[in-house]
Design a binder for this molecule. Sequence first.
Ligand code: R5P
Length: 318
Amino acid sequence: MSLEDRLLVFSGTSNPPLTDAICRYLGTKQADASVARFPDGEISVKIQADVRGADVYVIQSTCTPVNDNLMELLTLIDALRRASANTITAVIPYFGYARQDRKDEGRVPISAKLVANLITQAGANRVLTIDLHAAQIQGFFDIPLDHIYASPVLVRHFKRLGLDDLVICSPDVGGMKMAWGYAKRLGARLAVVEKRRVSPTKVEAGFVIGDVAGRNVVLVDDIVATGGSVAEAATVLLQKQAASVSFCVTHPVMCGKAVENLGGSELTRIVTTDTIPLGEKAEALGERLTVLSVADLLGEAIHRIHSNRSVSYLFNLE
Ligand code: R5P
């Protein structure tokens, strides 16, 4: 069996267009597996291809419906392990449950750790993921985890836009490190909006640290969920006389009133990636939205993992 023959790509049902694009990059076809539902809603998986001795990559974002997509991933891994795959890499472009990464109050779970345990116990040998909500989630896994960044794709886009007087702004204090990375790459200044979360669906933006008056501001975040944080932040930045406010976000979770919040916001543009499929939401947001693909990045990462080459090489692409 040649090296190429031994690389097999499987997929759950969370993001078929991204899987197709990754397969195109790798010059391979998705391997056959059926993923369906039993009448009571339980997930039914059957691997059709012979995987004995193969290095398999299972692509699945654990986006909405989060629990179904997670269970698909786990059952696919279990089936592949029992079918004697040589190695199993869980390729998780968007890693759900990541925001529950610590006990920030009493009697709550650390769900990100639980999910890491489940993936490991199911039989994954390695994880490949993009822009984890918190980098320390890498340590929740005792198997190798390759954590890559969407920034090469997003930074390239903003370089091409060539906005003057650029300020990269984090919509909250927790996102400062990510914003700083973008500011460094784009040669921009840095700012932060003070955000208070009033409830899981309501945030309030307070004061701005940094000089934004007359400048083009790009808010950078890893996740947009309801869009509340970024819409509030855009309003506050414009009150501080920002010339324009754009939004750059890796994972378009876009749940609840996201389309209304983003559509009704004062953002000039929203730039995101295809780690999560947007479907009709993309049409609703119209021309203000740009979706860039991370398929080549993931494809190259898979290629490098498979041929035992450096994955860090991907950090500095632009
Ligand atoms: C928070 O720490 C995250 O980085 C995002 O800012 C947050 O999840 C966005 O939530 P929403 O869009 O619902 O305001």
